[in-house]
Design a protein around this ligand. Sequence first.
Ligand SMILES: NC(=O)C1=CN([C@@H]2O[C@H](COP(=O)(O)OP(=O)(O)OC[C@H]3O[C@@H](n4cnc5c(N)ncnc54)[C@H](O)[C@@H]3O)[C@@H](O)[C@H]2O)C=CC1
Ligand SMILES: O=C(O)C(=O)C[C@H](O)C(=O)CO
Length: 275
Amino acid sequence: MPDLPYRRIAIAGGSRGIGAALALALAGPGRELWLCARDGPPLEETARACRDKGAQVRCHSCDLSQPGAAAAWLDEMGEGRAPDLLIVAVGIFGGRPDGAVVTPEAVMRQVIAVNLTGALALAEAGALRMRCAGRGQIVLLGSLAARDPLPDAPAYSASKAGLACYARALRADLAGSGVGVLLVEPGHVETRQTAQHQGALPLLMSPPAAAERILRALDRGRSSMAFPRRAVLALWLLDLLPAAWRAAVLARHRFSVHNLAPPAPPVARGPGGED
Ligand SMILES: NC(=O)C1=CN([C@@H]2O[C@H](COP(=O)(O)OP(=O)(O)OC[C@H]3O[C@@H](n4cnc5c(N)ncnc54)[C@H](O)[C@@H]3O)[C@@H](O)[C@H]2O)C=CC1
Ligand SMILES: O=C(O)C(=O)C[C@H](O)C(=O)CO
């Protein structure tokens, strides 16, 4: 693992999955970890493991989709204090329920409220504090689904495309301020999200492996990164195709290109025969 120069580190989504793996990889003597998540008990478990590695840890359990929640969390650091590194690793998948032909509106609203509104509110609150401090680094967890939309998770894919667009806007806004923005777009990582998936995911990566890649990208000063490489290359090649060919290839790989799986069995469609 690279030895990164951050001391005060805030991780939203630090209770499980990629966020927890990043917390563990960053934990060590001299590090102050501020962990936040929706679920209290797993958050405490991650905190304990990080303390065992010598870090000081503060936990905060909240729902970041609620107005004011992001700023309230960062305010706990004290007036005028900003994180050196803020990692926004919150997210919900909100896939279409089995047998449904549309995503329920309540699910779509919740996905956007967490993955987009909540993530943006936190990044903005962090950017404000870092701008005043004249330094800092923000990491946003997007997804390859932004480039390769998942047919059964349209709200999720749209939320990640929105986040990718926001990352570009934020990077431009913060240019010259001393604050950096890294957008991370993973394929499948073995977490609670992918555990719900039926069938094999051939390019599944472990959370510690994903965390290592993210930290290496930070060390190299990258502003965006995507993995695994095989899926990124496939998407890049697809982008070279004329739009109609691209659509045909995507349709063949019904579920997802970043999965690179064989075509999934046909999905039952509702009246209107859309697809
Ligand atoms: N697992 C995967 O294959 C991939 C995950 N990602 C993204 O990476 C990020 C982390 O994903 P995973 O570790 O897989 O997820 P996970 O389900 O293991 O963990 C999600 C974290 O977000 C927190 N969270 C969810 N809703 C929240 C809310 N309303 N308020 C506060 N915290 C909330 C949870 O408490 C948890 O700590 C997400 O943004 C996800 O979309 C992107 C690509 C692939
Ligand atoms: O961004 C992604 O890609 C994912 O999060 C993948 C999902 O977790 C998934 O495939 C769940 O079925």
